[in-house]
Unconditional design. Structure first.
Length: 255
């Protein structure tokens, strides 16, 4: 599936900038920070650190992906962002976020998966109307994050509202906050915190009961390939189709 990405549930990955601030236990072993620190000095992580921005060539990539998707006669997914949080609140990000939403609107053959750990900022940072091909997601690594972030996410009238429970750090009960898609995964890499099969099985059962497409990404660990991604003897690769979710999107300001 992935063409320019190692992530199982997307075709491509796009970053409007690099850099972030840790906000959550899920951030403790942030892969993006580790990766960035190998190449960029001084660090791009922290509220006083600069962010890294890119020129026009970088911003042309989604236009090319859109053309390729059109030529192939298929929709493709773009994960945004793997090296930043699109809804981080900083004045120097405002114009880049605006440019991102312009590109999203221009590339209608792509479904953009915007994943954030700051759903409290989504509503005031979205353009209006919100493009139909912008899917909005939040990370929920444990019950506390689920109970706080899901109501915030579900208040946003996006075509698809999804959750990434990765790294899954504890058991989660959906508590009536039902997303359109759930992705679950264990933590990978050095210092990976262990995932319990009972947590994954429970989420899989809850999704089956509430008819939520369920995607199990991996068990994780230091060597993620060793543990694989099977649950109950099979893989779980469900991905929603936006047109099957009949949600009315506003054409007037969201606030
Ligand atoms: S929000 Fe994402 S990119 Fe930012 S520190 Fe946390 S894990 Fe890293």
């Amino acid at each position: 599936m992935a063409q320019n990405s190692n992530i199982e549930w997307t075709h491509d990955t796009f970053n409007p900038w690099w850099g972030c601030v840790k906000v959550s236990p899920a951030c403790d072993h942030c892969y993006a920070e580790r990766f960035s620190n190998r190449w960029v000095k001084p660090t791009l992580w922290g509220s006083n650190a600069p962010r890294r921005f890119f020129g026009d060539k970088h911003w042309q990539q989604p236009v090319r992906w859109n053309k390729a998707a059109l030529k192939a006669g298929e929709r493709r997914r773009v994960f945004c962002a793997s090296m930043a949080d699109v809804f981080e609140d900083r004045s120097d990000l405002v114009s880049y976020r605006a440019r991102l939403f312009e590109i999203i609107a221009e590339t209608s053959q792509l479904d953009w998966l915007l994943l954030t750990k700051r759903p409290e900022n989504i509503t005031r940072m979205l353009p209006c109307p919100l493009p139909r091909n912008a899917w909005l997601g939040t990370t929920a690594e444990n019950q506390v994050a689920w109970d706080i972030r899901l109501p915030l996410l579900l208040a946003v009238p996006a075509a698809v509202r999804f959750v990434s429970a990765e790294p899954l750090l504890g058991p989660i009960t959906m508590n009536g906050n039902i997303p359109d898609w759930l992705i679950v995964g264990g933590e990978c890499g050095p210092g990976a915190r262990p995932i319990e099969s009972a947590w994954v099985e429970s989420l899989c059962e809850q999704c089956s009961r509430d008819k939520v497409p369920f995607f199990f990404k991996q068990w994780g660990g230091v060597h993620k390939k060793k543990k694989g991604r099977e649950l109950g003897g099979r893989t779980w690769d469900a991905i929603p189709v936006a047109t099957s979710i009949n949600r009315c999107l506003p054409s007037s300001p969201l606030e």
